[in-house]
Design a binder for this molecule. Structure first.
Ligand code: C5P
Length: 241
């Protein structure tokens, strides 16, 4: 897979007009976009239709979390859209994820099924308070990643700092989708455990999710090209995927 297809641009815009403006501006420079809850709901799903018509790859980031049957039925609709990847919460359990795999793969066996392990917005303190456990976030995340794999899902969303451990523990084929990426030339914003696109590649990330360094850039075309060039550099030096 080439460098361009590994960059997922996060369309974190409240309205479809703004998102479309960026996609039009980027044209052939970018091939892959992430649509989250805000844009999906505000556009009443139309953003997905628009990107598909443009021949773009889509990461449908709706993070389903419900009982197995309900989650699987929602997954059937995501699979029907032929999105490149969509996600669920691994904390919904192995049975839930296995049911998603069973039903979604009946519709198409190409959409990658990805799970979110522990939301990175949670601190160790909050995890302790929420789940009444002394187990560290890293251990919880690794356990959820293992359950994700056992359920037959294709990969997880994780920090670039964890991608290497996940690849080592669960194999090269298990996909890592990584936000928290910042080129050296851009602002960190509210991201804390960041890594550059090149280092992320060297650390075993399959796909990078990048938002503001591109979406808020004065020259998003150039910013996209620079990120892709850095991904390319990492791939040349040898990534773990
Ligand atoms: O603008 P930025 O590059 O920080 O955007 C990263 C994208 O990845 C956002 O859509 C954000 O919601 C998402 N994300 C994240 N950290 C996670 C999971 C998702 O930043 N752990």
């Amino acid at each position: 897979m080439n460098a361009k297809d590994r960059l997922i641009i996060a369309l974190d815009f409240p309205t479809m007009d703004k998102a479309v403006e960026l996609v039009e501006k980027l044209g052939d420079t970018a091939s892959f976009y992430k649509v989250g809850l805000e844009l999906f709901l505000n556009s009443k799903g139309k953003m997905v239709e628009y990107l598909a018509e443009k021949g773009k790859k889509i990461f449908l980031d709706l993070k389903f979390h419900d009982i197995p049957n309900t989650t699987a039925m929602a997954s059937v609709f995501a699979a029907k859209e032929n999105v490149f990847m969509f996600n669920v919460h691994a904390s919904g359990g192995k049975k839930m994820m296995a049911k998603v795999v069973e039903e979604a793969k009946k519709i198409n066996d190409k959409s990658l099924l990805i799970a979110v392990t522990i939301l990175t917005s949670l601190s160790e303190e909050e995890v302790k308070e929420t789940f009444m456990t002394e187990v560290s976030i890293k251990e919880l995340a690794m356990n959820l990643a293992r359950l994700t794999k056992e359920a037959g899902m294709d990969g997880v969303v994780c920090s670039p700092w964890e991608a290497k451990y996940i690849k080592e523990a669960l194999g090269k084929e298990f996909k890592t989708v990584c936000p928290g990426v910042r080129p050296a030339w851009s602002a960190t914003n509210d991201q804390t455990r960041i890594m550059t696109p090149k280092d992320a590649m060297l650390n075993g990330c399959d796909f990078l999710v990048v938002g503001r360094p591109i979406t808020k850039n004065e020259d998003p075309v150039n910013a996209t090209k620079m990120v892709i060039a850095e991904i390319e550099e990492g791939l040349k030096e040898g990534n773990l995927c």
